[in-house]
Design a protein around this ligand. Structure first.
Ligand SMILES: [Zn+2]
Length: 265
């Protein structure tokens, strides 16, 4: 898939790119505010505008109220799903804020303000390409940056997760049982950690509320022998065959315990 580049490589084109009417800027602002209120606020995405912009002002008055960061986002939105060079973003911002820096820090929109803006080297979703150096890419204004989702899930915990990917985030992408992180090398089996869907109770279906993320090592070691709690700790035996791994003396104790327990009931 070819992704369009918005930059200064063609002087005539770049003048066209920069030519966005004040009326359109205001419309894009309204779209961004709507999306923020509807989809993004709950995830801790940062608001880039002030609340005291008078609603009855003219379009040219309106743009004078805008912050540099929002102007960056407005320009990226105008060229949604394109690679947009930071120099042309900076030029756009400086059209409206004369003393703004020549080198606008567009990358902070994603990394610090949690808008879904990709920085250099990051893979574009559903495309086999990464963002070239000097460019940024706005994926959507209706979805927060995955970093914001991860942070929100850390706060809300596993109950906020809607799928296994989000469940992993709620656990900080770590095995619930041993704490090893996904993607790291596992010295116990010399593999790279991939978190799997582990049953909490192996006798119940693998629904999200019965799932914990477990590394291959833990998943294969514990098999279906045990029942786990949400913290990845063993709370009961599930498969009695595990008892056969115990020494005869312990097995005898178990029989005694079980018979005594039955007698008492
Ligand atoms: Zn583990």
């Amino acid at each position: 898939m070819e992704i369009k580049k918005i930059d200064f490589s063609n002087p005539q084109k770049s003048a066209e790119y920069l030519n966005i009417t004040e009326e359109e800027i205001r419309k894009i602002h309204n779209k961004i505010v709507f999306s923020y209120e509807t989809y993004l606020k709950a995830y801790g995405v940062k608001k880039l505008w002030r609340d005291d912009i008078p609603t009855d002002c003219t379009d040219s008055e309106f743009v004078s109220y805008l912050d540099a960061k929002e102007l960056q986002l407005i320009f990226l939105y105008k060229y949604l799903n394109c690679f947009v060079h930071k120099d042309i973003v900076s030029a756009f911002v400086r059209k409206y804020i004369k003393n703004a820096a020549f080198d606008q820090q567009v990358r902070h929109l994603g990394s610090q303000n949690f808008w879904y803006v990709l920085n250099k080297g990051v893979k574009v979703p559903n495309a086999d390409i990464t963002v070239p150096s000097g460019y940024n890419y706005l994926v959507s204004i209706e979805m927060p940056n995955p970093k914001a989702v991860a942070e929100a899930l850390k706060r809300t915990g596993r109950l906020g997760a809607r799928n296994f990917e989000e469940l992993k985030m709620a656990y900080g992408n770590k095995c619930a049982t041993c704490g090893i992180e996904e993607g790291k090398k596992d010295t116990r089996n010399e593999g790279i950690v991939v978190l799997q869907q582990g049953h909490m109770n192996p006798r119940k279906p693998l629904t999200l509320d019965n799932t914990i993320p477990q590394c291959q090592y833990c998943n294969q070691t514990y098999k279906d022998y045990f029942v786990f709690n949400e913290f990845g700790r063993v709370i009961a035996v599930n498969n009695p065959l595990i008892l056969l791994k115990s020494p005869k003396t312990v097995q005898d104790e178990m029989i005694t315990v079980l018979l005594k327990e039955r007698e008492n009931k």
